[in-house]
Design a protein. Sequence first.
Length: 140
Amino acid sequence: MIWDFVIPGIPLSVNSKDAKKKQRWIEHVRSCATGKLPEDGFPLSGDVSVSVTYFHSGGTDVDIDNILKRIIDGMYPEVMDDDAQIQDVSASRREMVGASFRNPPPIILPYLVSADPFVYVTVYAAMPQEELPWIGKMKR
């Protein structure tokens, strides 16, 4: 893992029509992403993979695919040079109520205790294409 951060709150859908809400959410993401960002090594310039997990306490109507764009928009230019660097994205939505967590990342512990909704984002170096088990190297 290269970097991880937490975004408190309910993520804004890409389908939101309110331009001010969109910009506020992107700025909130950017603030969370860069709050404790090390000075060295950022913005990232190589290929990356991004994992997004939305934790909620039940009764959500947030479509996981619709939250990715605004979160990714909030990560550049401070975390990465350009969103075109993203080679892989994974996204999930998880309910906290009644869940049992084994070895959660320390950064999310206070949020799990509060049970308030939040998004956990991790950024990894992308696996080179030739190392992907389902692609492999092209033979010439």
